[in-house]
Design a protein around this ligand. Structure first.
Ligand SMILES: [Zn+2]
Length: 907
């Protein structure tokens, strides 16, 4: 709790004075430091010493503003974005007065070094001779990893207040230090709010105490419950978008993402663990040693434990410790064991104080800046060479260009191109038809030549797969055979064309076509062809743009119908799901409304003057349904998985423009469900059984039978498909157990120990084990889940005859994670609308255990089970993970809009 008798007044007084009388900072961070009293300490401004309290977002902003006021020649504060909850995101620039006076020139120097096509070697050498190196220190992307923001404040103070310190002088002279003190202020303040509510007479070191255990949702994530340390290349969140923009203004040579890990640990810094992403340059992975050695020296000096290399790899490119390295700098993660409060008792009885954790991040922050200062020229040379070799590789490797053709899901193609442009990739848009690698492409196709500085980023984001070192994979298989957990830290597949289901062709030659540079827009405005329609407006289905058109149209009260089947009108073929807006059923200004919606959502609309269909259903057919504006609820709070709940809500609300009511699971039992048309059950780790009970099951079954649409996502199906719940008749499978070597003696692992009424014998029959294989068979578990999969993109085929598949691509790429595999639904119970492909065609990208591949083939991804007047719709894997599986948007939104349109609620 705050203890501030009189301090508020003292702070106000001190803030007005130019010298801070009580200026000796708590100096255990750097014993013997001589600090300038004209620079305010944390205590001067906030009333607590560094590390004595967990500093709120607003307080930290106040402190950095005070530093800027005290030393305007050496500090500048910049706002780079706002969070969903309107907190400001800032970065703080600290350097010598001489460098500060030429900040524009320094940024310009990096802008020139990043492009060797404009800056030759001699020009680069001239820049490098006079160019400070930029160090970027980022803190607290996970809001409940608290120590780093306080370390950011102390780092800034130390750099500005130290006197007679050669290291600090060299850092200010030879580098620019950029501090992003809080990447996730919404999450941080959420943590502190809960923490301070739980505090008592004195801070508790007990990990059981309320202050060490956050309620749902913890402070790790941002407002929409995203892990922003996975969001870098997909930039779904405003916080990430701001960072991506400013990093390309500065091009830091070293980027640190400071985290915390579990309390029973020490400290982790680079070198990072294997596997390395093969698209990192060797200079980059080699330089990790430099930083590691400096930090190790500091930790040795203070007698602090640490570890390196065993954990936290840089294979996935969406981490803060990976993404910035695709510009040529060095990116690293640092991890401090968390106090998750003001003190904690570790497993060995050691009491770790919050200030210890702040001090450790402070030390590695200084160590990083020091390493950059000592290696200024080398790092700048490496940065320039990185661009040179990237261009050179892009002009001789097998893949020399990527082409994104004009396609059915043009909204997806436009968004992917825009995402790449926002990250600095040069993308062109053809203004005339062209040929490349034996194919003809229409005007409007996007082309990306790889002979450009971002070549390695392009390859890691667009290649179908990124290979993992064979020996490392062999080690994972060895571990798995012994049932030791694998060391794969995140997903093994993230190919943008697969995730967005956007056709993208690799070509072995550079493309030459008449073209203009593509812009950063994610949505290209749609248009209305055919003028003002006399009879109707048609919106072809199958894109996120069309879904947004429907969502906004329904919110504005428009009358919208949709054809479940494809049809032909006036010689044009319209896909199943196409929206039909009858002029007669809509307001008089429908033409203007449709034009405005087309422009804002990106949907292309066709105005028609008659209803005559030459093939397929007419507009008044029973195969055409009227959309309602469904009331959509999502289960919220414990025991839902916060990522799944938040990310799903985000997709519906912010990517598809439709509002969702978040309903706490605890409220569901006593509430009246009849007000909702659709209820979404996100994933849940603990499962829903305890929270919903038998009463909840009965209530949901009754609601579905009366016309409700229940959408069950990923692990929520463990509950819905449990025979004791039986909302779904699919069943979760055990691992297939191979009972003999040649593979044809398979049995399902389940249910083999039914003992009946026989009395149990005290002993079992003897056995002779004569080889390894027999031994392994003997110790196999009789029953158990398939092995867990880290994250693989897997193909699923879509049934075009069912309304859930209307307008959906014929095959989808699904991110499979975890061990769950379900039986297909039987004909008499429902329809398997999306089914995983056969085993040898299953994996689109990533590394999947062979047994899982075999067992997952032909199992359902999406199944619809009618029940009375409503439906239960199961997605056996989460289609909304990280809001980055755009290729699954249409089938998921079909579940909401078409599910509600096909249900026949009892009203
Ligand atoms: Zn973290």
């Amino acid at each position: 709790m705050r203890r501030f008798p009189g301090v508020v007044f003292a702070t106000a007084f001190l803030f007005l004075s130019t010298s801070f009388s009580n200026a000796v900072a708590w100096d255990e961070y750097w014993p013997g430091a001589d600090y300038d009293p004209s620079i305010p300490t944390v205590e001067n401004i906030l009333g607590h010493e560094s590390g004595e309290q967990i500093t709120w977002h607003g307080e930290a902003i106040r402190y950095f503003e005070a530093l800027a006021a005290a030393a305007p020649d050496r500090v500048a504060v910049f706002e780079y974005a706002r969070t969903w909850e309107d907190r400001e995101l800032i970065y703080v620039v600290i350097t010598s007065p001489e460098n500060m006076a030429r900040i524009g020139e320094i940024k310009d120097g990096m802008q020139r070094l990043v492009d060797p096509r404009k800056t030759n070697r001699a020009a680069a050498d001239a820049i490098i001779a006079n160019q400070p190196a930029v160090t970027w220190l980022s803190y607290g992307v996970h809001g409940n990893e608290i120590s780093s923001t306080d370390a950011a404040m102390m780092t800034a103070y130390h750099l500005l207040a130290s006197r007679g310190d050669d290291t600090v002088d060299a850092i200010l002279r030879d580098t620019v230090v950029v501090i992003d003190p809080m990447q996730n202020p919404d999450g941080r303040d959420r943590f502190i709010h809960h923490f301070e509510m739980s505090e008592g007479l004195e801070p508790s070191a007990d990990l059981m105490s309320a202050e060490h255990n956050e309620p749902w949702p913890g402070g790790r994530t941002n407002h929409y419950l995203f892990d922003m340390n996975r969001d870098w290349f997909i930039m779904t969140q405003p916080e990430t978008q701001g960072r991506v923009r400013v990093i390309q203004e500065w091009y830091p040579l070293a980027y640190v993402d400071a985290h915390e890990m579990g309390s029973d640990s020490t400290y982790y810094f680079s070198p990072e663990a294997r596997p390395f992403n093969p698209h990192l340059a060797k200079d980059q992975t080699d330089s990790l040693e430099l930083f590691g050695l400096t930090n190790a020296g500091l930790f040795d000096r203070f007698g602090i434990d640490y570890f390196t290399r065993e954990q936290f790899d840089a294979f996935y490119p969406g981490y803060g410790a990976s993404w910035p390295s695709y510009y040529g700098g060095i990116a690293m993660t640092f991890e401090q064991a968390s106090a998750r409060g003001l003190k904690v008792r570790q497993y060995d009885g050691n009491i770790m104080m919050y200030r210890d954790t702040v001090r450790n991040h402070f030390l590695t922050s200084l160590g990083t800046a020091q390493t950059v200062a000592q290696n200024r020229k080398k790092l700048l040379d490496d940065f320039y060479n990185y661009q040179v070799t990237a261009i050179e590789e892009g002009s001789r490797e097998r893949t020399r260009s990527y082409i994104i053709p004009v396609q059915t899901d043009q909204a997806g193609a436009d968004k992917m191109a825009g995402l790449l442009v926002q990250q600095g990739v040069e993308v062109e848009r053809a203004t005339a038809p062209f040929k490349a690698c034996g194919n003809s492409y229409a005007a409007g196709s996007y082309t990306i030549n790889l002979a450009q500085p971002r070549k390695r980023m392009i390859r890691t984001l667009l290649d179908t797969s990124v290979p993992i070192a064979e020996d490392w994979l062999a080690e994972q298989e060895r571990r798995r055979a012994k049932k030791i957990r694998d060391q794969i830290y995140d997903v093994t597949a993230w190919s943008l064309p697969l995730m967005m289901n956007v056709r993208t062709d690799a070509c072995g030659r550079a493309v030459s076509a008449d073209s203009v540079p593509a812009g950063p827009e994610l949505v290209q405005p749609g248009s209305v062809s055919g003028g003002a329609g006399k009879v109707a407006y048609l919106v072809p289905w199958g894109t996120a743009s069309a879904v947004r058109f429907a969502a906004n149209g329904l919110r504005q009260g428009l009358s919208i119908k949709s054809s479940d089947l494809a049809f032909t009108h006036n010689g044009t073929r319209y896909p199943s799901g196409t929206l039909i807006l009858d002029v007669a059923d809509n307001p008089a200004d429908i033409a203007a409304t449709v034009a405005q919606l087309a422009a804002s959502t990106g949907a292309d609309v066709v105005a028609v003057d008659n209803s005559w269909v030459t093939d397929g259903p007419n507009f008044g057919s029973n195969n055409v349904v009227r959309f309602s504006a469904p009331e959509v609820a999502i289960l919220w709070d414990s025991p839902t998985a916060s990522y799944s709940a938040g990310n799903t809500r985000f997709v519906i609300e912010r990517q598809m423009d439709y509002p969702v009511t978040a309903v706490r699971v605890s409220t569901l039992a006593r509430g009246d469900l009849s007000r909702y048309d659709v209820l979404i059950m996100p994933e849940s780790r603990e499962g829903y059984a305890g929270a919903l009970g038998e009463e909840g099951v009965a209530k949901l079954k009754d609601w579905v039978s009366r016309g409700g649409v229940l959408i069950s996502i990923g692990t929520a199906n463990q509950w819905a498909a449990d025979p004791n719940v039986d909302l779904l008749s699919i069943r979760r499978e055990d691992a297939v157990v191979e009972t003999d070597g040649d593979g044809d003696g398979k049995k399902n692992g389940g249910g083999s120990d039914a003992g009946g009424d026989e009395p149990l014998e005290p002993t079992v029959a003897g056995s002779i084990v004569s080889n390894d294989e027999e031994y392994k068979a003997l110790i196999l578990a009789e029953k158990g889940s398939p092995d867990s999969v880290a994250g693989v993109l897997v193909k699923a085929n879509v049934d075009p005859d069912h309304w859930l598949g209307a307008g959906v691509a014929s095959d989808l790429n699904v991110l499979v994670r975890g061990p769950d595999i379900y039986t297909p639904i039987r004909f008499d119970k429902g329809v398997n609308v999306a089914v995983f492909a056969q085993a040898d065609e299953l994996v689109a990208s990533g590394y999947m255990w062979e047994e899982n591949q075999k067992q997952m083939a032909y199992k359902p991804f999406a199944a619809v089970q009618p029940n009375g007047s409503g439906f239960v719709i199961a997605f056996t894997q989460d289609p909304n993970v990280r809001a980055y599986l755009d290729g699954l948007n249409v089938i998921f939104m079909n579940a909401i809009f078409r599910g509600a349109a096909h249900a026949r609620p009892v009203r």
